[in-house]
Design a protein around this ligand. Structure first.
Ligand code: SF4
Ligand code: SF4
Length: 134
């Protein structure tokens, strides 16, 4: 759940980094919740897309411990509906980039069962490794 933070240098730096990487003017978000209402995978998320935006606005780095930033599928449903024309998926992508630059891998090929590797479409695997590994 997003919390109220007192802005300090660290949280301001984090906010600026996500803004720069995403290219989005995150402060335009007015927390209307439209993105969350239309997200097709919100049931799998631990925080909603609008909560993710709020945590970034507050410079709360705990947003990088959430499942939501990894689960956003860049489907752009929220982007076409957002009254502020914000792209939540670009913000999620920026968060993933920050985490992956710390040599963090979200998935490990050695931990995927061989049967699954045989059955999963190659294009899905390549896409997942591009998106979720450093
Ligand atoms: S739809 Fe846009 S303005 Fe509304 S909460 Fe989501 S990102 Fe913010
Ligand atoms: S782009 Fe991400 S946050 Fe937005 S609707 Fe699609 S999955 Fe949900």
């Amino acid at each position: 759940m997003p919390k109220k933070l007192l802005l300090n240098d660290k949280s301001v730096d984090f906010f600026k980094k996500v803004s720069e990487l995403s290219g989005e003017v995150i402060t335009l978000c007015d927390q209307c919740g439209t993105c969350s209402g239309g997200c097709p995978i919100i049931d799998e998320m631990d925080i909603s897309p609008s909560q993710l935006m709020r945590m970034v606005m507050l410079g709360d780095e705990e947003v990088m411990d959430t499942k939501t930033m990894w689960l956003c599928a860049t489907c752009n449903t929220c982007t076409v509906r957002c009254p502020r024309e914000l792209d939540v998926s670009k913000v999620a992508e920026a968060l993933r980039q920050i985490k992956l630059r710390q040599s963090f891998d979200k998935i490990n090929i050695d931990k995927i069962p061989k049967e699954d590797l045989k059955e999963l479409p190659q294009i899905a695997l390549v896409g997942a490794f591009r998106r979720l590994t450093s």
